[in-house]
Design a protein around this ligand. Structure first.
Ligand code: ADP
Ligand code: MG
Length: 304
């Protein structure tokens, strides 16, 4: 099967400023493909160019074997675009928005089942501006699926949501993929990409600095796994440091952090503490994350 999206040497400039700098990748049918990186990295410029919304650009882009600029109208019928909040008439009711946007497509699916699937049927008579952040995201998802698209582009879908609404939205993204659609997920939340994506392209300064599965990215760095335990009077730092599985022990803010990469790190630490009757309050494990990958690759921390 040919890739759903092929991007070769895509460069996008605004005047002399290079926002997207010679990126290449392919997205396969049925994947959730992540494009992640800090604000200003060039993610939106890249995906909006790929969707045919920004022009001109250099390089080659094919989406569903179409040229996004030459075949913009035809492509729009077959891709799902998540609108940004600013682009919606806020005073319209949810059902009116669905009617309005259905009219933009030659072929659209009935919206009542969509509203039911995404849990906003009972909000159909509410004005958009009266909805909660999570409900608005559901409207955006329903709007992006009105034309029963083969590929859905979601750009910062969960920005501004509280953690609970964000997790609910993640489940919805999985559900879109379960319907057989390909998803391109743009986000500055590394955790989101790590949780949802089959493969992730990390973008910084307009360039792809890494592209792999989340696990592949994690394996590529010498990430630190470890565990954390609340400090106690009985704690014995020297004992922990002497364990062959332990590489480093730190104490800060009343929490002991124990790092190492051995598979039996946790069991060996727990066993040693148990044998010496040292309490293990609030024990939790820490795994390297895509944040660590980003920091390792760029030498800088990612900030919201
Ligand atoms: N229409 C535009 N005209 C000029 N500069 C732009 C335009 N859109 C984005 N930029 C600039 O391009 C860079 C990348 O922006 P953007 O693609 O929005 O990044 P991201 O989505 O990763 O936050 C930023 O420096 C931004 O200021
Ligand atoms: Mg953006």
């Amino acid at each position: 099967m040919p890739p759903v999206i092929t991007v070769q040497h895509l460069t996008k400039r605004y005047g002399s400023f290079v926002a997207v700098d010679d990126i290449s990748f392919a997205v396969q049918q049925g994947e959730i493909f992540g494009i992640v990186g800090p604000n200003g990295a060039g993610k939106t410029s890249a995906v909006e160019t790929i969707m045919g919304l920004r022009w001109p650009f250099e390089g080659t882009v094919r989406v569903l074997e179409m040229d996004p600029h030459q075949q913009r109208k035809e492509l729009a019928e077959r891709i799902g675009i998540q609108l940004q909040e600013a682009e919606l008439p806020h005073r319209l009711k949810v059902w009116e928005l669905m009617e309005l946007f259905s009219g933009f497509y030659r072929k659209s699916i009935p919206y009542p089942p969509l509203l039911e699937t995404w849990g906003i049927w009972e909000k159909r008579n509410s004005r958009f501006e009266e909805l909660s952040g999570g409900q608005k995201q559901r409207v955006f998802i329903a709007l992006s699926l009105l034309n029963d698209p083969e590929v859905v582009f979601l750009d910062e879908l969960t920005t501004g949501l509280d953690p609970q609404a964000r997790k609910q939205t993640w489940a919805m993204v999985e559900q879109i993929r379960a319907q057989g659609k390909t998803v391109v997920l743009v986000t500055h939340f590394m955790e989101e990409a790590q949780t949802l994506c089959d493969r992730v392209a990390i973008i910084d300064g307009g360039k792809i600095i890494a592209l792999d599965t989340p696990q592949g990215l994690l394996n590529s760095i010498d990430g630190q796994s470890g565990l954390m335990i609340e400090n106690s009077p009985e704690m014995d730092m020297a004992l922990l440091q002497a364990l062959p599985t332990v590489e480093r022990v730190e104490l800060s803010n009343g929490v002991v952090s124990i790092y190492g990469n051995a598979d039996n790190l946790v069991s060996s630490v727990v066993l040693a503490l148990e044998q010496h009757r040292i309490p293990m309050r609030n024990l939790r494990t820490v795994q390297p994350s895509l944040d660590d990958v980003f920091i390792t690759l760029t030498g800088k921390a990612l900030r919201d």
